[in-house]
Design a protein. Structure first.
Length: 307
DNA sequence: GCCTGAAGCCGTGTTACGTCA
DNA sequence: CGTGACGTAACACGGCTTCAG
């Protein structure tokens, strides 16, 4: 099943071009002087994304208003509450000092017993349970695009992003933590699948080799003294069960390598001309890996288009 | 230079909530 | 309408790094 929110964020038709759009402002959050004066690629990306999202916001909101028949969807309403709440400023100030707070203070902020909570006005959390704020599609889109630029945030970036989105810095921090976790989980799944297929291929190859070994042993035990083992230098398989000069041997070689000479080195046998480790030969995907890096040193990251 | 405690960040696992089929 | 599955925000906890004293 496709992730609903992330999929929707991609459906916003966001332009990923950086640095070309003017400074945009999302909802009622104030423009951050931190990012306004910044010329870093991250800030440029943030500005661009926010501008694009702001342009898409109206159409998006109207779409949902039409779909709901009367109003914005709950996520957007929640986002509106969050972004227009006076807590935005309070959250900003708390976030600004949050970097200097100790763990106990952060704990208080987390539990809401002493900190500022943007949802405390909702009155729905009287039982003391945590209230889950659903990020709006716009907010998620901005966070997503920023994540593509940097998967981690420094305090300045976190604060700027929180200010723009009308969220608490802690919320931005949590979102990035969860996002990194999801990315890693996805990558783990991909790697797992990769290794599984590789293992299956190796098992098949192992079966084949075992059978080949059995054949060799049988051949060795054969009474005929003229029997000679010939292994194809290219494919490393037993070429024949008779002498090297027999037509059978040539037949094999002609079949496998019609244009190759008998003295052809094994390395030159690949049809593509590239030399790959033997295990890569029966696992095509590994060829791509070997052309870039080794398996152990640099496993490929899950490309962002997966999300 | 080494040690130590505080502070902050991050990864990992878990919980709880919202949404959808 | 009730329910289970799923996605995800929020939380808890421990490890690591940095820095001041």
């Amino acid at each position: 099943m496709m992730p609903r929110t992330s999929g929707a964020s991609l459906d916003l038709g966001l332009s990923l071009g950086l640095g070309l759009t003017s400074q945009g402002s999302l909802s009622s959050s104030t423009t951050s002087p931190t990012t306004a004066g910044s010329s870093s690629p991250w800030a440029a990306a943030l500005s661009s994304v926010v501008a694009d999202v702001a342009r898409a916001r109206d159409a998006h909101a109207h779409y949902h208003a039409a779909a709901a028949g009367l109003d914005l969807d709950p996520a957007d309403r929640a986002a509106m509450r969050a972004s227009t709440s006076p807590d935005s400023a309070a959250a900003l100030s708390s976030g600004a000092s949050g970097d200097n707070t100790n763990k106990r203070d952060r704990e208080l902020e987390r539990t809401g017993s002493g900190g500022v909570r943007s949802d405390e006005e909702d009155g729905a959390d009287g039982a003391g349970g945590r209230k889950k704020l659903r990020l709006s599609k716009d907010q998620a889109a901005v966070l997503e695009e920023c994540f593509k630029t940097h998967s981690t945030l420094n305090p300045k970036q976190k604060l700027a992003l929180a200010t723009r989105l009308g969220l608490r810095p802690r919320q931005v921090e949590v979102w990035f933590q969860n996002r990194r976790a999801r990315t890693k989980l996805k990558q783990t799944e991909v790697d797992c699948e990769y290794l599984k297929r590789w293992c299956e291929r190796l098992a098949d190859e192992n079966k084949r080799l075992e059978k080949e070994l059995a054949d060799l042993r049988a051949l060795k035990a054969a009474p005929s003294p003229a029997a000679t083992l010939t292994i194809c230098p290219s494919c490393r398989r037993v070429a024949a069960t008779a002498t090297a000069a027999t037509p059978t041997n040539h037949h094999h070689h002609q079949q496998c390598h019609p244009k190759s000479s008998s003295s052809l080195p094994a390395a030159a046998a690949g049809g593509s001309g590239s030399v790959v480790p033997s295990h890569c030969q029966f696992f095509p995907a590994a060829v791509d890996r070997t052309s870039q890096s080794t398996w152990n040193t640099a496993p490929p990251l899950v490309t962002r288009e997966l999300f």
